[in-house]
Design a protein around this ligand. Sequence first.
Ligand SMILES: [Zn+2]
Length: 392
Amino acid sequence: MSARAILAVALLAAGFGQAWGTEAQFERPAYAGAYEPQGVDERGLWMELDDHERGFRDSPLVVQDEELTRYIKGVLCKTVGQDRCAATRIYVVQDNIFNATMAPNGLMVINTGLLARVHSEAELATILGHEFAHFELRHSLNKFKKRRTGSDILMWLSLSGAAVGQNVGAVAESAFVTGLAGFNREQEQQSDLLSADYIRASSYPLRASVVWKRLMEEDDALREERKQRKIRRFTPGATDTHPTNLQRFAYFSEIEAQPGAIDGDDGAAAYRDATARVLPTLFGSLVKGNEFAAADYVIQSRAQALGWDGLLLHARGELYRLRGNPRDLVTARQFYEQAIATGSAPAEAWRGAGLTAMRGGDSAAGKAALQEYLVRSPQAADAAAMKMLLEN
Ligand SMILES: [Zn+2]
């Protein structure tokens, strides 16, 4: 079946077939309210999920930043409407993978790696809408009923999100996944299309294809670094749980080509402002991961869309310094110095500038920068080590 035919079938199956920009503005269907568990099995499942959520809420992986969480919830509410979003609790977790998940009790999890890779509220809305669509269409319920032990629930959660193919490699090899894959792919596409419908009823323009395009470019960068052949598949493999990035790019591009679909404020400036404060949190695990080319692609693509600032330049300096080739240290020092010149650098930029200057044999400049770091961050965990460096 062609992509267009698959799209048409999926649209009909989901009960949504209205074209964008027709006379009547798309209205969200009346919301039935959050689903209440039916019967003993489902109630048991909900209790397990509630238990899981209670433990999860205080997990060190969860980013405890109310302002950020409230902001994301606000984007979700604008996307799906107040009545629908009231049924959800959002948690941001420290994880460099591009992923988000939603459980049938309304628990929504967003990875920092996803927030680092989207550049506007409208882009974020396509992912939040997708997760909410799984929830509203109750996709997870049957699978949960069959597989409701704790580890299976966690496994399922990790698969049910918007994950990109290359990052679920280890998980995707298990037989468990093969069984779920086909089932999931259809539902993933259905959720993508319902997400587009939510957005059509919202004030956001549809900005979905570009997200999948960048994920393909990131994958290309990673493969090039590993000297692997670049792969852009249109047909999913047997164990793929999601449509391929190229498929998603293609069907979203078609919807975006409809009149009126991409009109409106995408909230890029608001997104930049809301996330600028937390860039170290959003980029931290990416920078410390071992996928240099992918992380550098993500940093540069944010800069291209939203501009460089002190925190982003610092993140790029850290990325190069941690890879640590002699030439990387020279490059890293330049990024730290550029970060400092913006006036919005974190104290750690002086630390990085100092360490890379000293490694490069410029010990006077290095010591001056480290001294400045200690002035700016006297309580730093590594203050004692830095003082030792200064005494040598
Ligand atoms: Zn999904």
